[in-house]
Design a protein around this ligand. Structure first.
Ligand SMILES: Cc1cc2nc3c(=O)[nH]c(=O)nc-3n(C[C@H](O)[C@H](O)[C@H](O)COP(=O)(O)OP(=O)(O)OC[C@H]3O[C@@H](n4cnc5c(N)ncnc54)[C@H](O)[C@@H]3O)c2cc1C
Length: 447
């Protein structure tokens, strides 16, 4: 098996920071490594750096795409305050904060200042809503590939062997081998699976092969709100306000500046998401953020991933294969939004997600979720008056599946001797910085 016979050159618009992702042209993947890491997201990178900097182990990092995907590539907001991104069942504050310092040493965040949020927190506390104060840094989608490329270059300098566009098809438990998509095999002493959430079913198959018990009973379902910045001015003072409402509803992933709502393809459905470009880009005057409700399922339906998929597929049926959107003005009147009136009169900005279909949220969303989301929106409008302007757009569905939760053997996320599952794939993180931290923890287990 040859490393990709290509030099990937990623340049930003100005051509100043031309970055070479160079993949050790024509070198062979060896038949054995002390450590193989599958996935080059933050969890995989965190593990790779920690092991490479503290041992002489041979390390192979495999990534099926050209460049790591997920949030490191998209928007790349980094949260540096516990508990954002850290599932409480796996983390305590002291350990998370210690590892966040280590994460920061690799990602060099420029923490954004927060101003004047007291007036919002006071209003919030009067109605039982909490606004968390979070240290955050924002890279922007246009700049993230530079960050990833520089991290990859540093790993190469540390003698980590990296194969991009190289997919792991399966694990052979007895032989401690992985099978790559071209049929070749590589054996290992330690295997770290850091494959992210998108490939949950692939991971389930591998856990079945390994005999690892798991469940996935939690899912976040909600909407993405898009409005003019003047209707949600808090973002001028606090880039990504984390607001917690009753009934497990929260804001998530706020984007402003040059902000866009996007559609992400999952197996069988689309979910909306949002991102923004770095400050160097012309602002478009819009803000978007998710409002999500966490659902914990019990018998007889226990798969959050399946539940999310069913809801996503229902929207696909109703919209003719896309996601839907509705103006708040129409929603309040109980009428569906229509293409011909979507941009008239008070509806004075165009949706950034052109492929969304004007429709009716209440026809598609389970009523318990809709009730709690709408109640939270009204509370938000009390704290930040204006967000429920008739022109505000509600996109649906935004679905965040929680990953499979494997049964771990220790606090290094080992699932079997020599096998570790980390990052969002294993529910050990829900964000870039925590994913990186979980990589460090697995690495410590191996070291
Ligand atoms: C569009 C988007 C925007 C986001 N924005 C933010 C944000 O701004 N801030 C934030 O904190 N979080 C954000 N997130 C969440 C964040 O991306 C995740 O929490 C984080 O990336 C998880 O890291 P990970 O390493 O566990 O998985 P991932 O980052 O998902 O990385 C997993 C990698 O494994 C690779 N892979 C999977 N299967 C295989 C295989 N079989 N063989 C080889 N490679 C494989 C995938 O291609 C992928 O690159 C965002 C997520 C998305 C989807």
């Amino acid at each position: 098996m040859l490393f990709r016979d290509s030099l990937e050159v990623l340049c930003d618009k100005s051509n100043i920071f031309c970055v070479i992702l160079y993949l050790m042209k024509n070198k062979t993947i060896k038949p054995y490594y002390d450590v193989i890491i599958v996935g080059s997201g933050p969890a995989g990178l965190g593990a790779a750096f920690k092991i490479a900097q503290n041992s002489k182990s041979s390390i192979l990092l495999l990534e099926k795409k050209k460049i790591s995907s997920g949030g490191l590539r998209n928007d790349c907001k980094q949260n540096y305050t516990f508990p954002v991104g850290f599932p409480l069942e796996h983390w305590n504050k002291e350990e998370a904060q210690k590892l966040l310092k280590e994460v920061g040493m690799h990602l060099n965040p420029k923490i954004q200042k927060r101003f004047n949020i007291e007036k919002y927190t006071k209003r919030a506390s009067k109605i039982g809503v909490e606004i968390l104060s979070i240290d955050q840094a924002h890279v922007g989608t246009d700049k993230s590939s530079q960050l990833i490329s520089s991290l990859i270059q540093k790993l190469v300098a540390l003698h980590v062997e990296i194969a991009l566009q190289t997919e792991v098809k399966s694990i052979q438990k007895e032989k401690k081998e992985i099978i790559l998509s071209d049929g070749s095999t590589v054996s290992f002493k330690n295997l770290i699976l850091a494959v992210g959430r998108a490939d949950y079913d692939w991971l389930q198959k591998q856990m079945d092969i390994l005999g690892v018990a798991y469940n996935d009973n939690i899912v976040d379902i909600g909407i993405r709100v898009e409005t003019k910045e003047e209707h949600y001015p808090i973002v001028k003072d606090y880039y990504d306000p984390k607001i917690l409402f009753p009934n497990k509803v929260r804001t998530f992933c706020t984007n402003s500046g040059c902000a866009h709502v996007v559609r992400e393809k999952y197996k069988g459905y689309y979910s909306v998401n949002g991102h923004s470009l770095s400050k160097e880009n012309e602002p478009n005057g819009l803000v978007n953020f998710a409002l999500l409700k966490t659902i914990r399922l019990t018998e007889p339906v226990v798969s959050g991933q399946q539940f999310g998929k069913i809801l996503g597929q229902m929207v696909m049926q109703l919209s003719g294969g896309s996601v839907i959107m509705q103006r708040v003005g129409d929603f309040r009147l109980g009428s569906r939004s229509k293409e011909e009136t979507f941009n008239s009169d008070l509806y004075d900005f165009k949706p950034t997600l052109k492929s969304a279909v004007a429709a009716d949220l209440s026809l598609s969303m389970p009523s318990k979720i809709l009730r709690d989301i709408w109640k939270s929106l009204k509370m938000l409008d009390t704290i930040i008056p204006g967000v429920l302007h008739p022109s505000t757009i509600l996109y649906y569905p935004e679905i965040k599946t929680y990953s499979n939760k494997p049964k771990f053997l220790d606090n290094h996320f080992a699932v079997k001797k020599g096998y570790y599952i980390i990052g969002d794939a294993a529910g050990t993180s829900r964000g870039i910085t925590a994913a990186w931290a979980s990589g460090i923890r697995a690495a410590k287990g191996i070291l």
